[in-house]
Design a protein around this ligand. Sequence first.
Ligand SMILES: [Zn+2]
Length: 141
Amino acid sequence: MSVILVLCLVGQSSAAEVSHDRTDLVFGRGVEEFAMAATTDPVRVIPEPIRGLMARLGDPSWRRRDTATRELQAAVASDSRWLFWGRHDPDPEVRLRCNALLRRLHPCRGCRGTGQSRNWDAWPCWDCDGTATAWPYSMWD
Ligand SMILES: [Zn+2]
């Protein structure tokens, strides 16, 4: 019985591959929220074209919102820190789309974004609890 348990544990986790993505993201969020608190007008700090794209995330037309989401994803693919600023937008649609982009841009490396364990898909990934993303879901998003 213990051999099976050990094999399952060894197959589930490999210390070299388990990333610290979630920790990095939470730290990055803390840094950006600290910088945000130090500014008097956070919206002006966000550079163009990211600021304009974020404003379009709350457009009444869903086509424009989706287009802006795709363009914003391309714009922040290498540096997603501005999405943390968008998480504090007064428009809930902007907040929702910024969180969705954070999840899409940071898939869980433990399961390679599948949400399934590497052990015959017997249970959800332990790193991300089956969410397939390094950015955790929260009821406060
Ligand atoms: Zn995972």
